[in-house]
Design a protein around this ligand. Structure first.
Ligand code: ADP
Length: 264
């Protein structure tokens, strides 16, 4: 079955990302959203047109990181389809970056009220995620970064089967339990024939150890894209909704994030 989303350049999906990149992890809480957002920011600051999809329907965190969680539902626009009929389209929520660039964001957090759980079964979460790709007016993008939910479940599978993913980045922390699950994530992408662009070790340092991901990546034959230290500034920026400034204010995590984006 062809992976069609993102392939129809100029077509009616309105999504013509040249490079659709999924950011996944085996485990939750390892910094997947942090890395996905950091990569998207670095691409945008380098001059690329970037979209960011929060595919973690049950635990959407990107709108909070960027301080746009209270912006309400995305605005609507419309587009005339090939049959001449107009169809309603969602406008991705714009996020401004300190360098003057902006990126578009789609997340379930814009439609599900804050502090309310998204009590949904798999088929509904898949529908949400596909609608973020197919019903949003992304326009021409150079990169679409997708922050996947943790694990190897429904959403990851649906995206891998439907979107023309250019590759996947796997995020993990250096300790054994996270690495074991990261190996499973790599295995999933390989089974689905999605190129694994590399692994990012996050929160590298005294607390969890260092270098575990590199060793694991080497044994799997995938590149290591970076080792990002644990730095309290990263958490502070995210908690304050000012994560857009991570490349200038993210302390020791800023440069490794930029380097990881370059390698991706
Ligand atoms: P995940 O998407 O894997 O669940 P998050 O990106 O939401 O993980 O990160 C979980 C928490 O850890 C957040 O509070 C985030 O700010 C913090 N965090 C992530 N990476 C770092 C880092 N390198 N240094 C310090 N805190 C971090």
């Amino acid at each position: 079955k062809p992976r069609v989303i993102g392939r129809n350049a100029g077509g009616r999906l309105g999504l013509t990302a040249k490079n659709i990149i999924a950011v996944g992890s085996g485990k939750g809480g390892v910094g997947k959203s942090t890395v996905a957002a950091g990569l998207a920011i670095a691409f945008a600051e380098a001059g690329a047109k970037v979209g960011l999809v929060d595919a973690d329907i049950h635990g959407p965190s990107l709108p909070h990181l960027f301080g746009v969680s209270k912006n309400g539902p995305p605005e609507m626009t419309e587009r005339r389809g090939p049959d001449g009929k107009t169809v309603p389209r969602l406008v991705p929520v714009p996020v401004s970056l300190p360098g003057g660039q902006s990126l578009g964001l789609m997340s379930a957090a814009f439609v599900i009220p804050e502090r309310t759980a998204a009590v949904l079964r798999g088929p509904m979460t898949q529908k949400y995620v596909l609608s973020f790709l197919q019903q949003a007016e992304w326009g021409e993008l150079d990169y679409l970064v997708i922050d996947l939910p943790p694990g190897t479940g429904d959403v990851a599978l649906t995206l891998a089967q439907n979107a023309a993913l250019g590759g996947a980045v796997v995020v993990c922390t250096p300790q054994k339990v996270a690495l074991l699950d990261a190996v499973k994530a790599v295995s999933m992408y390989r089974q689905l024939e999605i190129p694994v662009l590399g692994m990012v070790e996050n929160m590298s340092g005294d607390l969890f150890g260092r270098g575990g991901a590199r060793t694991e990546a080497e044994s799997l034959g995938v590149p290591t894209l970076g080792e990002i230290p644990a730095d309290g500034k990263v958490r502070e920026l995210g908690d304050a909704g000012t994560f857009a400034g991570v490349l200038s204010e993210g302390g020791s995590a800023a440069d490794p994030l930029r380097v990881a984006a370059g390698k991706t």
